[in-house]
Design a protein around this ligand. Structure first.
Ligand SMILES: NC(=O)c1ccc[n+]([C@@H]2O[C@H](COP(=O)([O-])OP(=O)(O)OC[C@H]3O[C@@H](n4cnc5c(N)ncnc54)[C@H](O)[C@@H]3O)[C@@H](O)[C@H]2O)c1
Length: 264
């Protein structure tokens, strides 16, 4: 994929959740390099503001930070209201925020607290953001052939649910299902909905720690065909395609970015 940033997202507004770290930050920077204006959403406002600072100082781009815990309905509602009042439209929504490491354990052993926490962020939270954004996106003007694009961050574990990350896998498999349902419901409004399914990327979800990711790969038990763990930038490259006009005829799809993990 081209590294020449030809500003192919110029005049687009992208709202990215979990954008204070890892894949969310890398995608925010990539979109900003392509000319998009970025709404950086995270429950951690300090890291969200750091992302904004990088966009402004290193890319000369435009970005704002909004604090929001996506698992809380009222904060999601007011975050979306604030985003629309500042930018008046959202062209690209990347539902990226998610949690993982909390959820280790066999399903028969995990507590209801763990189940609820992971479900509330990874599934309910992403649904809430889509719900409040889509209500407004449906009423936006068409630009070209679409009103907007929604992309959900699922996982290879959504395609191949694996113990002992069972509850996490269930949320991600459900996100793939939710992607297809929203794609059906929003197609008449010219809104596409797709998912990205990253493999093993060294990010905050693994505490940026090689040992933590290697333990997870051991649970997975199969090789990474391309013989390396992934990076947040590997995902950001595919996310650029999913946000660009080149993917306008794609909806309801779950695109793997996993070095070949899911085909063995
Ligand atoms: N890293 C991987 O290997 C991998 C693989 C597949 C899928 N994913 C998915 O990628 C997404 C991003 O994770 P990452 O790997 O960049 O990890 P990360 O921990 O570096 O980033 C996650 C970000 O989400 C934010 N966040 C967490 N809960 C939130 C909430 N309730 N409300 C708002 N923000 C919240 C965190 O503050 C953090 O900034 C997650 O959905 C994760 O499940 C990651």
């Amino acid at each position: 994929m081209s590294k020449n940033h030809n500003k192919r997202l110029i005049n687009k507004v992208a709202l990215i959740t979990g954008a204070g770290s890892g894949i969310g930050r890398a995608t925010s920077l990539r979109y900003a390099k392509e000319g998009a204006r970025i709404i950086v959403v995270d429950m951690n406002i300090e890291t969200a503001e750091e992302t904004v600072k990088i966009i402004k100082n290193e890319i000369n781009g435009e970005a704002v930070a909004i604090e929001c815990d996506i698992s809380i309905r009222e904060t999601v509602k007011s975050m979306v209201k604030q985003a629309y009042s500042q930018f008046s439209r959202i062209d690209i929504l990347f539902n990226n925020a998610g949690i993982g490491t909390l959820s280790y354990g066999e399903l028969v052993n995990i507590s209801e607290i763990t189940w609820d926490k992971v479900m509330n962020v990874n599934l309910r939270g992403n649904w809430l953001v889509s719900k409040f954004v889509a209500k407004r996106m449906k009423k936006q003007d068409l630009i070209g052939e679409l009103r907007g694009k929604i992309i959900n961050n699922a996982s290879l574990l959504g395609k191949k649910p694996t113990s002992p990350v069972g509850v996490y896998s269930i949320t991600k498999a459900s996100l793939i299902a939710m992607t297809r349902i929203f794609a059906q419901e929003l197609a008449p409004y010219k809104i596409t909905v797709n998912a990205i399914c990253p493999g093993f990327m060294l990010t905050g979800i693994f505490m940026n720690d090689e040992r933590a990711i290697n333990e997870m790969i051991r649970f997975w038990g199969k090789p990474i065909l391309l013989e390396r763990t992934g990076t947040a930038e590997d995902v950001a490259n595919v996310m650029f395609f999913l946000a660009s006009d080149d993917s306008n005829y794609l909806t309801g799809q779950s695109i793997s970015c996993d070095g070949g993990c899911t085909i063995v």
